[in-house]
Design a binder for this molecule. Structure first.
Ligand SMILES: [Mg+2]
Length: 403
């Protein structure tokens, strides 16, 4: 008996896959051409652009303030006409990089990868060596662009290529540091916009931080999910004091209560806190995940593409966490919709990534990205187009400085 692919899938109860596949499959001729190109592709050229997007409201956290997203766009061209896009969003208070250091790193990466096979992603990234430690966001931009090409060759959106099936999921939205009243008002607005979960920045004076959370609960009640992020702002005793006082305010988890380098401190807070602890700034690359698990220093991870140096390392961290029965969130810096969409593809692809904090462009005054993820009432939906599913507005691109 010979079966068509759709008959075969239906036989195993996979009719939805058979039907759904039509939504994202390339026309057969185009798909065949691209698959034939695999293994023969070469990186012909790499364009690097710098661009800034001002924020409508400055973003303040315990360790710094940002007034604009200072970004870098990487566009990789193959010899067969395929184009991959990637973005770096250096966030100096957290990663120590700047747009200028990312630009220098990106030029160096360009020199190394031109002429190479864009689909040999693991080898290309390993070839960059420890650059991921000094300029993870620059490496992330290249990793993203290479995966964009991979998805286009495969004819699949990245979340499907990475093994996911659901393209919609919930994200929270973040309120930066301000007075208790101002933060409560801001969060009331988020809830009006349909968000069911919010993230609240803390990490200053513990009593004031408790007052912030109390004001927010008073404003929105207890139906709204609240998670907090101290961004390394507390000492160990301050963290234990604040988290015990916040227990009655029903907090989902607390990100990075103490300094990034203080693994013992993180472990001590976790041991004494009634609220679950998530590592963020303590976790950049997969080796950090192993170290934190072995130290029993946290309950969960906040994976960020910019800290990890790309999608591949982000997924590796999720795998390490999964092996330790640990759940993850995918977060962001002040990314534009391009890098946010890349992060969303990671989030949608891994079962143990159960939280998302992908709101980096919520205060951007412009959105230069065409396509990509959509956000409505706190729900992200990914596109079904191959690769990242994003492009840059050509009119915007024309105005950028190429380096
Ligand atoms: Mg954080």
């Amino acid at each position: 008996m010979s079966l068509s692919r759709n008959q075969f899938l239906k036989m195993f109860g996979l009719g939805a896959l058979a039907a759904g596949s039509k939504a994202y499959a390339l026309p057969p001729a185009a798909a065949e051409t691209q698959r034939a190109a695999a293994g023969k592709l070469k990186i012909k050229a790499v364009d690097i652009f710098l661009f800034d997007i001002p924020l409508a409201v400055p973003f303040r956290i315990a360790i710094g303030e940002m007034k604009a997203a200072n970004l870098l766009l990487v566009r990789i061209h193959t010899d067969q006409g395929l184009v991959g896009l990637g973005e770096a969003c250096p966030f100096p208070p957290i990663t120590g990089e700047t747009q200028a250091t990312n630009a220098a790193a990106a030029r160096a990466v360009r020199d190394v990868i031109v002429g190479k096979d864009p689909l040999a992603i693991d080898g290309l990234l390993r070839g960059l060596g420890p650059l991921v430690h000094s300029n993870p966001s620059a490496v992330a931009a290249f990793d993203m662009a290479l995966h964009d090409i991979l998805g286009k060759v495969a004819g699949l959106p990245l979340f499907r290529l990475f093994g996911g099936s659901e393209r919609s999921f919930e994200t929270d939205i973040t309120a930066g540091l301000d007075t208790p009243a101002a933060m409560a008002e801001r969060i009331r607005g988020f809830v009006r916009d349909g968000y069911r979960t919010v993230k609240v920045k803390v990490g200053l004076d513990p009593d004031e931080d408790v007052a912030r959370l109390q004001a927010i609960r008073d404003a929105v009640g207890y139906e709204v999910g609240i998670r907090i992020d101290a961004n390394q702002g507390w000492s160990v005793p301050q963290a234990v004091y604040a988290l015990r006082k916040m227990e009655k305010l029903r907090i989902e988890f607390c990100e990075q209560p103490v300094r990034a380098s203080d693994t013992a401190g993180l472990r001590a807070v976790r041991a004494q806190s009634p609220i679950s602890i998530m590592a963020d700034e303590s976790l950049f690359v997969p080796a950090d995940a192993v170290r934190l698990i072995m130290a029993e220093a946290c309950d969960s991870f906040n994976i960020k593409v910019m800290k990890a140096g790309g999608l591949l390392n982000s997924i590796r961290i999720a795998h390490v966490a999964d092996a330790a029965n640990m759940r993850c969130m995918v977060g962001c810096m002040l990314d534009s919709k391009l890098a946010l969409t890349a992060a969303a593809h990671v989030a949608a692809s891994q079962a143990n990534i159960v939280y998302a904090d992908l709101d980096g462009n919520s205060e951007h005054v412009t959105d230069p990205v065409v396509g990509g993820m959509t956000v409505k009432g706190g729900m992200i939906t990914l596109p079904e187009s191959p690769g990242l599913g994003c492009d840059i507005d050509p009119a915007f691109l024309k105005k950028l400085t190429k380096i």
